[in-house]
Structures are given as C-alpha cells and as structure tokens.
Ligand binder design. Structure first.
Ligand code: ADP
Ligand code: ZN
Ligand code: ZN
Length: 739
C-alpha cells in the first residue's frame, strides 16, 4: 500500500504540475485511488483536491507532512474519471503525469479572451474592383490596401487589419458605412454551428444499417457495453448508423463523442449532424484557442450540449454521463498522438468508455489491421455494411505498369492510358482527380550520374524542392533550412542533377502543358497553409471551377464530387517505399480511398493506378477493392516478421545535444533490458532521422508478444532513468507500437 498521495488542489489553475504531497492515514489506506476527490489541510484552510498519484517516495520530510483528512463520498465526479484516465495514459504510454493531465484537461485561461472581430468583403468582386480603382484614384492608400487584401482573402481578422495592414479603425468603420465591408463580431460562447441550417427529415435505414444498429442497441439495452468495428465501404451509410446510435443513447439522457480526423471534419459532415440534432451538437477543431476549448468543455459539463464532434482531443470532453464514443475512419494515423503522452485515441477511447460505462464504435471502409485482427479474435464485434446505399457500382480500376511505359519510350509522369482518359473527360466536361500519394512533400533532389542526394546539414534528411525549376529552392521539412537548387552536383560536378520524383507543383506544370485548355487546381501543404485554404479549394472544385484537381492524400477525404469520373494515382510506389512496416497497409488504404472518389454521382467512374510494382499485393487487392484478401496477406507478413498487431513493439528514443551522451545512455538502457533476461533489444542505432535541429537521436526497439511486458520494461527503465546520473544530459521517450 502506498504511503503518500500527490494531490492537486485546484484543477482550474494553470499549473496542474503543482501537486502537494500528503500522508495517507491508516484508516484510508487501500481506500484511496488515483482520481478520487479528497479533503486536505491547506495552510489554515481545508480544501478539496484530487489524488493524481500514489507513491512510496516522500518528497520531503515525512515528519512534517500533513495527512489527508477524508475522501469525498458524494459520487465520483467527471474530473476523477479523467484524472484516472490520465494516470492510465501515463502508465501505458510513458511521459509524466503532468503531460497526461494537460492532455485530458484543457487549461482555463486567466486572461479573459477578447471578442474576436473580423472584417469581411461586402461587395461582389467586380464592384470591389471598381471601388479599389476609385480609392487608388483618390489616393486613399490605406483603404485600397485593405480592399485589395480582402479581394484576395475574403475576410481578415480585425487585429490583422489594424496592426499588420495598419488601417485605422475609423477608416474601416467608414468603409462599413459605405457598404464596402462588414465588421462581424463573434461572441465567445457562440456555438460554432449555430448559424447552420434547420433540421431535415430522418432517413429510413436500410436492412443492413438496421441490423448494425440493432446489434449495438440490443447489447446496450441489455447493459452490455462493447467495442464494435463497423466495416462498410464508402457510401454504405455508416454516418447514418452513427446517428441512429447516438439518438438511442441521447434518449436515455446520456451523451456522445464522435471522433473524426481533422482533415475530414468538413462543413458537409458537420451539417449532417447539426441538421439532425440541432444545437445539442458542438464541434471542436484544432483552430480553437485553449480558452475556447475550455469554454466548449464547460458547456459539455454543464449539460448545454450532448454531442461533441472533433479530432483526437475531443475524446476528453467532460460529459458527465457518456454513453457512446464513435471513431470514424478509425484507421487514420492521426489518431495517434505525436506529442507526449503518445496515446492512441482508439485504445484510450476504449479505456474511457470502460470507466464511463459507454460503448465504442469504430468505423472504416478499410479498417486498420490492428482493429480487424482484434475483431477476428472476438475482442471487437464486427458489423458489416457490404453495399453502397444507392446501389452505385464501384468504379472500374486498372493498373498501369510504368516500367513498360518507359520501355515504350514514354518518359512522362502521365501514362498514355491516363492521358487518353483525361482527354476524354475534358471533352465530356467531367472532372478528374490526380492523386500523388506522397505525404505532402515535394520531391528530393539527386544526381543521376552519381546518386548523390542533397541533405539538410542539420537534420540528415533529404531536402525538398520548392518553386520552379530555375529559381527553385531546397527546403528542410524538419527545421526549415533553405538553399538554392545547385546547378551542378556538389559531389561529382555533373549537370544531371534534378528532382528525383515530381511533387504536386511539378505535376501541375506537366498537366498544364499537356492540356493547355484545362482548368487545374492544386492542393497540398503549400496551397492550404492559410486557415480555410483546404476547404476553399475543395469547394471550388465541387463547384466545378476546375476540371482537374491535383493533390496529396488531402484530396481523398471529405467532400463528395459527383462529377468526378476519373481518378489517377500517379505513382502508387511513393507510399510503398517509405521504409516502414505499415507501408503496404497505408498504400492499400490510400488507393482504396482514392478509388472511392470516382463515380460517386450518376455516371460510373474509372480509376488508373500507375506503378512500378504492379504485382504487389497491396496494389492488386486495392484494384479489386478486396479488403479481406489484403488482410490475409498482410497479417501473414506481420506474423512472420513479428510486427504489431500480432507482436507488440516498443520504441525507445534517446535524444541529446551531445552525440556521445545519447550513445552512452542508449547503450546503458539496452544493457539494462538485456539484463532483464528474456527480451532482446534491437539497437541502439541512429534514428531514421539521426539528427534534428542539432539534437542527436538514438533508438532502441523491443518486440514481444505481450503488451504488458513492454509496460513493465518501461516502468523499470523509468526508475533507472530517475536514479542514474548517466541521463542528466539526455531525454528518453517511449512510444508503444509507433506509427
Ligand atoms: P459513409 O459514411 O459510409 O460513407 P454515408 O452515411 O455518408 O456513408 O451515406 C452516403 C450517402 O447515402 C449519404 O448521402 C447519405 O445521406 C445517404 N444515405 C445513407 N443512408 C441512407 C438511407 N438509409 N436511405 C437513403 N439515403 C441514405
Ligand atoms: Zn553527382
Ligand atoms: Zn533541417
């Protein structure tokens, strides 16, 4: 039994890391647990606090330590549940309790956040152009400046206008009086969806949907809370199933959380929930400030809302009586946190649901291999939707071998077949999507004579080419380092140095050359940097303002484009050759999703997958849209090579500004693991990116069948790190089943 308890006395304060230690009196020993509300002496007063940790290590003289007075009896508040969840996260994913607490509880801001004001254009663009000319004639330079910026952006934040653009507030108001602009203020507590449309009728579910809903609700009504995997091809009506389940839970006075990858959190999706559930819905996205997030959470706690939709962090919405958690597109890598604690939203959701007595529904057209594996083993219950709702046929998919293309003398990134189909679509006035399954980055530059690759001097990664061929620059995606594209190879002096594989910009150029009349849109990291860029490009394309949309994986989610009848995957190999055991899975998912974009309207679609490895199983099975066939091969490969989900993997990352210190510490950790007996560490070795911003990175991997063994190893190493002087200059992080 632990002797001491670390207690936070006020969770609304900024400093969650400020804990106070108290002795656990005999009579409470064994009763007290993490998360419990307790009463403690604090100065001359008594205060309510929460236990965040139990320990046998006294932080100061135990003689002087005060005792916990009592455990609060009146029910376990939602805070307790979240603190207990934080403790579980710390235990299972590493990091500190403070990191974990900050993840589950948004911090109240002391400063009252000011009202947000924006300035919007109130004129049609053509009228605005005229007005602009008038301002310029009259030398109203400030007003001209604002107007020309608004013509580009549509709306601007008030602070941006008055500070960066240096336009006086009085001038903006005068422009408003003149009908040129509108000043819009948004009150802080405004529900972000309130301005949306009123309710529409509820769709009658088809037989398959009904069956899926019943499987969950029958369990639910019998008091069984399970985890369900809803596998349904795109367009099979999964969202309708989610909504029916939510309605069921709401009827019983409980609440629902819906997780959606940020990238798929579009107006269209949100609208569907809002039109069904009205103002009981709230939305969270990463653009909310910590203060706004806090406000949203307060509304949830007070019972103003029942449904929270958002990315990963919405999982911690403090609903007092949570009934269901839905994770849409459950296979998305964005559900794994990239910062401490490196939790996976799926596992954490299942844990939270268990504490709250809620069910979990995971939905996907291409479930993660992990989830499908668990469903096959009976840990999750599998529910399937096999048909598209409106019986639209799946598109016709063909594979083009780029090696043959080259052999026939076609050196273009567009195969003859793809060009032919694109031309056909342009003629018919139908739309095409070209998909580059590279992860947002443009190509690296290498020498064709000697193979030399240009790398960042600080980060040991290849630099990526941006801008046109002449004035192009090389940029590091980790630290931002830049240099001009060299004219000759720095290693051998050859002039044959160039972008090895085309990025989206390059493809845009090639497409424009090949189809001069076509209207082309491009979507990638560069064109979506501005706040609403992503949404703007997609709606422009949906509104038929372009014939061809070129983009990275960002374009395969969210919007429905009924006029897209051709999808081209330019080089399927780009996501296949990334040196990661999940590459085939990721490739299968991306290809299947990309293919799913074709032919969603009345006309059937075509899909062309270009590749250098047409025989690879992830490509063949994606062409057939055959998930089971993919899974069978993939799980064999994982089993054979001892990868998750069959085995479990722990990555230990050791970083330091001193390479020798990192190396020494990594060696010491590896020795410690070996001395434990039955585990064999892999490494230490340089991380795939061995250096970022001059910080050296070493890695150790451990593989074992049993996840708990890994947690135990982490616990032992954490103790060792705390006590051992070797770790003063280094930082050690744990990552379970890393992505
Ligand atoms: P998924 O989430 O599986 O991709 P959606 O729930 O978005 O599928 O459904 C695809 C389309 O079919 C949507 O436009 C939706 O409104 C419509 N739909 C879904 N279920 C039904 C139904 N039972 N009856 C009529 N239309 C439906
Ligand atoms: Zn060279
Ligand atoms: Zn760099």
């Amino acid at each position: 039994m632990a002797e001491y308890a670390n207690v936070i006395v006020d969770i609304s304060l900024e400093k969650l890391d400020k804990t106070f230690q108290y002795r656990i009196p005999e009579r409470l020993s064994g009763v007290i647990g993490v998360g419990m509300p307790v009463t403690v002496p604090f100065g001359a007063r008594r205060m309510r606090g929460y236990v965040v940790e139990l320990t046998d290590t006294a932080e100061y003289d135990p003689e002087k330590m005060k005792e916990i007075l009592s455990v609060e009896e009146r029910g376990i508040a939602i805070e307790s549940q979240l603190i207990a969840l934080a403790a579980w996260m710390k235990k299972n994913y590493g990091g500190t309790m403070n990191h974990a607490l900050k993840t589950v509880m948004p911090i109240k801001q002391k400063k009252k956040s000011v009202e947000r004001r924006t300035v919007c254009l109130a004129l049609q663009p053509s009228e605005a152009e005229k007005k602009l000319a008038e301002y310029e004639r009259k030398h109203s330079t400030a007003r001209a400046r604002l107007l020309s910026e608004l013509l580009k952006e549509g709306e601007l934040e008030w602070s941006l206008v008055t500070q960066k653009l240096n336009v006086a507030g009085t001038a903006v108001k005068a422009m408003e009086a003149d009908g040129v602009v509108r000043i819009v203020s948004e009150t802080k507590y405004r529900n972000p969806v309130e301005r949306f449309m009123p309710r529409e009728g509820i769709k009658e579910l088809n037989e398959e949907q009904q069956k899926a809903v019943c499987s969950v609700t029958e369990d639910y009504d019998a008091g069984i809370r399970g985890t369900y995997l809803l596998k349904g091809v795109t367009g099979s009506g999964k969202t309708e199933v989610y909504m029916a389940l939510i309605a069921h839970v709401l009827e019983q006075g409980r609440q629902a959380i819906v997780l959606i990858p940020e990238i798929a959190l579009t107006y269209q999706t949100v609208l569907r929930f809002y039109s069904r559930f009205g103002s009981r819905v709230s939305i969270m996205n990463s653009r909310l400030s910590p203060g706004e997030k806090y406000d949203q959470f307060e509304r949830a706690k007070k019972g103003d809302i029942d449904i929270m939709i958002g990315p990963r962090s919405a999982l911690f919405t403090p609903f007092p009586d949570l009934g269901i958690i839905i994770i849409d597109e459950e296979h998305e890598p964005s559900y794994k946190s990239e910062t401490l604690p490196r939790y996976h939203a799926r596992e954490t959701a299942i844990r939270r649901a268990k504490m709250a007595g809620a069910s979990v529904v995971l939905g996907s057209a291409t479930p993660s291999v992990e989830s499908y594996y668990r469903a096959m083993r009976g840990e999750y219950r599998l529910l399937e939707l096999r048909r598209r709702v409106l019986e639209k046929p799946l598109p016709v998919c063909e594979i083009i071998d780029l090696r043959e293309e080259l052999f026939r003398g076609n050196r273009s990134i567009l195969s003859d077949r793809l060009s032919e189909l694109m031309e056909d679509r342009l003629r018919k006035g139908e739309q095409t999507m070209l998909f580059l399954n590279r992860r947002g980055m443009s190509g690296f530059v290498s020498c064709r004579a000697c193979g030399h690759v240009i790398k960042c001097p600080h980060c040991d990664v290849s630099l990526s080419q941006h801008g046109g061929a002449q004035e192009g620059r090389l940029v590091c995606h980790y630290c931002g380092y830049e240099e001009p594209v060299p004219k000759t190879c720095p290693a051998c002096g050859s002039r044959y140095i160039s972008g090895f594989k085309a990025g989206t910009q390059k493809i845009e150029l090639i497409v424009k050359q090949r189809f001069p009349g076509a209207r082309v849109l491009r979507m990638d990291m560069d064109t979506t940097r501005s706040k609403e860029g992503h949404e703007q490009i997609l709606s422009a394309f949906a509104n038929r303002e372009a014939d061809i949309l070129i983009g990275t994986q960002m374009i395969v989610k969210g919007h429905d484009f009924p006029d897209v009848t051709l999808v081209g995957v330019l080089a399927a190999d780009l996501s296949l050759n990334v040196g990661d055991y999940r590459a085939p899975e990721r490739t299968f998912q991306l290809l299947t999703q990309a293919a799913g974009r074709a032919g969603r309207g009345e006309r059937p679609g075509n899909v062309v997958i270009q590749t250098y490895t047409p025989e690879h199983y992830s490509i063949v099975t994606a062409k057939e849209q055959d998930y089971e066939a993919f899974y069978r091969q993939e799980i064999e490969y994982r089993r054979l090579l001892r990868y998750p989900p069959v085995w479990n993997l722990l990555l230990i990352l050791v970083t330091s500004a001193e390479e020798a210190a990192a190396a020494r510490a990594a060696e010491a950790l590896a020795d410690k693991i070996k001395s434990g007996g039955n585990l064999l560490p892999i490494g230490p070795a340089d991380a795939p990116v061995a250096k970022i911003s001059d910080i050296y990175r070493k890695v150790i991997y451990i593989k074992t069948e049993d996840y708990r063994t890994l947690v135990e190893v982490k616990d032992v190493l954490e103790d060792d790190i705390r006590e051992n002087g070797l770790f003063k200059e280094v930082s050690v992080q744990f990552d379970f089943n890393p992505l």
